[in-house]
Design a protein around this ligand. Structure first.
Ligand code: NAG
Ligand code: NAG
Ligand code: NAG
Length: 235
């Protein structure tokens, strides 16, 4: 009798356990990456547009808006994050937790009007970042010299923000940089002389509608520029 009960009990327990979803075992998403994404969502005030970032589901499932995992190398680390068209409930800075997604190659922050404050130092930890877009936000402050620490950068687009101050001269230290797009900000001062020593990969300089002044360095003539727009400045 007791044995039968025990067996029945164990059987029921086994059956009920096996029918429980155990998502962590079947998920491709790296648990740390998922944790960081949920922090980012929180640091943006949980906007409704990120409702698909549901902790009970796999963040590498295409249902997570704007999130892509590395399927090529089968490591499934997050390598592409797009935060765009978000209506934040109030003003927030760029989430510093972004610096904790170490496999990001593409970061696209676009059209978030309640995003304010400076470009955070935390992004220097993105040591694989190739394409950085922060565009159509109210992000302000200067374009930091620490950008040159992200040696992998290929393009930087900071167009349509509230950035001010002078262009950082150290950008010329980026070996793979092909273009900068800083139009429609409040940048002042001259184009640094150092920009004449961009690598021969560098082809595009987009600076229109700022408040730049001074002499345009003659050294720029040495570059392989395919596109230049310096219009609507104070030249
Ligand atoms: C992705 O989510 C959909 C809808 O929730 C689900 O049907 C599918 O099995 C999931 N795929 C993976 C790989 O988790
Ligand atoms: C952000 O930018 C938009 C469009 O440029 C503007 O209408 C809005 O007032 C700005 N908000 C803040 C808080 O600066
Ligand atoms: C970069 O990451 C390290 C290790 O996680 C951390 O200690 C450091 O504070 C981060 N740097 C910035 C500027 O956030």
């Amino acid at each position: 009798m007791t044995t039968t009960l025990l067996i029945t009990f164990l059987l029921i327990l086994t059956l009920s356990l096996s029918s429980l979803p155990i998502p962590s075992l079947s998920q491709l998403c790296n648990p740390q990456d998922k944790q960081v994404l949920l922090q980012i969502k929180n640091q943006l005030g949980n906007p409704t547009q990120l409702a698909s970032w549901d902790p009970s589901t796999d963040c590498c499932n295409t249902t997570w808006q704007g999130v892509s995992c590395d399927t090529d190398t089968k490591t499934y680390r997050i390598n592409d994050l797009s935060l765009s068209n978000l209506n934040l409930p109030k003003l927030y800075p760029i989430p510093p937790s972004l610096g904790n997604l170490p496999f990001l190659a593409i970061l696209d922050i676009n059209n978030i009007l309640n995003l304010v404050g400076p470009i955070p130092l935390a992004i220097v930890n993105l040591t694989k970042l190739r394409y950085l877009y922060i565009s159509h936000t109210n992000v302000s402050g200067s374009i930091p010299e620490f950008m040159s620490q992200i040696q992998t950068l290929v393009t930087i687009d900071f167009s349509y923000n509230k950035l001010s101050g002078e262009l950082p001269s150290s950008l010329s230290l980026l070996p793979n940089l092909v273009g900068i797009t800083f139009n429609d900000n409040f940048l002042t001062g001259p184009i640094p002389e150092s920009y004449g020593s961009f690598s021969n990969l560098f082809t595009s300089i987009t600076l229109q509608r700022n408040q730049l002044s001074g002499n345009i360095p003659t050294t720029l003539a040495k570059l392989n520029l395919a596109f230049v727009d310096l219009s609507s400045n104070r030249y």
